[in-house]
Design a protein. Structure first.
Ligand SMILES: Cc1cc2nc3c(=O)[nH]c(=O)nc-3n(C[C@H](O)[C@H](O)[C@H](O)COP(=O)(O)O)c2cc1C
Length: 144
C-alpha cells in the first residue's frame, strides 16, 4: 500500500506497550505517510511526547485546552484530515470510553469525530482482556 500523501492519525493511550509505537510511527513516516499523534495524559507517563514529535516531525496533541492551539477547532480538523486512525496501544479504559461515547479528552473527542476507518490495537493484562466488561466493550466496537 502506498502511504505517500496519506494522513495516519495515531492515538496513544496509557499502556506499557507504548514503547512499541515508536517503531510504528517511525516506520509509517519512512513509508511517506504524514503522521499525526495524539496521546492521552496517561500515555505521556510512559513515553514523552517529545519522542513522538521527533519521530513524526509533527506536534503531538495531548491537552484539549492547550493555549498554543491553532485558531481552528483542532480535534475536528485532525479528525477530518485523517485517512485512517490507529489507536495503539488501546487500553481497557479507552476501549470502554469509545464503546460508551465518552469524549472527555482530546483523543477521545477526536476519535469520535473521525469518519475514516478506525483500527484498535488492544493491549492489556490477560485477565483484563478476558473480563466480561472488556469483552462486552469489544463486541460493541467490532459491531460498529
Ligand atoms: C505500569 C503500568 C502499565 C499499564 N499497562 C496497561 C496496559 O497494558 N493496558 C491497559 O489497559 N492498562 C494499563 N495500565 C493502566 C492504565 O494506565 C490506566 O487504566 C489508565 O487510566 C489508562 O488511561 P488512558 O486510557 O486515558 O490512557 C497500566 C498502568 C501502569 C501503571
Amino acid at each position: 500500500m502506498n502511504l505517500k500523501g496519506k494522513c495516519v492519525l495515531i492515538g496513544i493511550t496509557g499502556g506499557i506497550a507504548v514503547y512499541k509505537v515508536c517503531e510504528l510511527v517511525s516506520s509509517l513516516k519512512k513509508q511517506g505517510a504524514e503522521v499525526c499523534v495524539s496521546m492521552t495524559e496517561n500515555a505521556t507517563k510512559f513515553v514523552s511526547p517529545l519522542t513522538f514529535e521527533t519521530l513524526s516531525a509533527n506536534r503531538v496533541v495531548v491537552d484539549m485546552f492547550d493555549p498554543d492551539r491553532k485558531w481552528e477547532v483542532e480535534h475536528v480538523s485532525l479528525a477530518k484530515k485523517a485517512d485512517v486512525c490507529v489507536i495503539a496501544p488501546c487500553t481497557a479504559d479507552f476501549a470502554a470510553k469509545l464503546a460508551c461515547g465518552i469524549a472527555d479528552d482530546f483523543l477521545s473527542t477526536t476519535v469520535m469525530a473521525c469518519t475514516c476507518p478506525i483500527i484498535l490495537a488492544p493491549a492489556m493484562n490477560t485477565n483484563m482482556l478476558n473480563s466480561l466488561s472488556y469483552q462486552e466493550n469489544e463486541r460493541v466496537l467490532l459491531a460498529r
